[in-house]
Design a binder for this molecule. Structure first.
Ligand SMILES: Cc1cc2nc3c(=O)[nH]c(=O)nc-3n(C[C@H](O)[C@H](O)[C@H](O)COP(=O)(O)O)c2cc1C
Length: 158
């Protein structure tokens, strides 16, 4: 004869609960920095906040700050990316945000980086122009990915 063993609430929860991951998106923007060019402390503060917050929200990406601009690639679950874009739009440390692309994606390309910080100094003039001025979201993402893969970045996502 089979005994009827009631499930405890924990067991029950593990049987009926499952998580449906939200869709992933990748977005790229360019903005104009309002920081004084030598304000390294503020840049460091931005990266510390970004890495701390992004780890908790499973956001990944890359942020470069060439020549009076910021360019950032952000990837993650759609509601986290959109919430961050709202914060970024309200952040007075930059202005004139131009979104260059926003795509659904099935995988991350900066998956090891809570916010990679590439060194843009080695870039050729032409690449810098793409980043600062005329490049599309896809071109900028490609250039930043190349730099990160060369290993010139900090802040690995552990
Ligand atoms: C160029 C730039 C990039 C930023 N990138 C991020 C980021 O990737 N993640 C993040 O949480 N905050 C980022 N921030 C900071 C946000 O605008 C905002 O200040 C911060 O998310 C608020 O965090 P808090 O609620 O923990 O104070 C960035 C700010 C700037 C100016």
């Amino acid at each position: 004869m089979l005994a009827r063993v009631p499930l405890d609430p924990g067991q029950l929860a593990s049987k009926v609960c499952f998580t449906v991951a939200s869709p992933l998106v990748r977005t790229v923007y360019r903005s104009r920095s309002t920081l004084h060019p030598g304000n390294i402390e503020e840049l460091d503060r931005i990266f510390r906040t970004a890495v701390f917050n992004n780890r908790r929200r499973r956001l990944t990406g890359c942020l470069a700050h060439p020549d009076g601009h910021f360019v950032q690639v952000i990837e993650g679950e759609v509601e986290h990316v959109d919430a961050l874009m709202d914060s970024l739009n309200a952040d007075k440390r930059h202005t004139d945000i131009t979104v260059l692309g926003r795509w659904p994606t099935s995988s991350r390309i900066f998956s090891n980086w809570a916010m990679a910080r590439p060194n843009i100094r080695p870039l050729a003039e032409q690449s810098l122009r793409l980043i600062n001025d005329v490049g599309s979201g896809a071109q900028i993402t490609g250039i930043l990915l190349g730099l990160v893969e060369e290993g010139t970045s900090l802040y690995p996502l552990i």
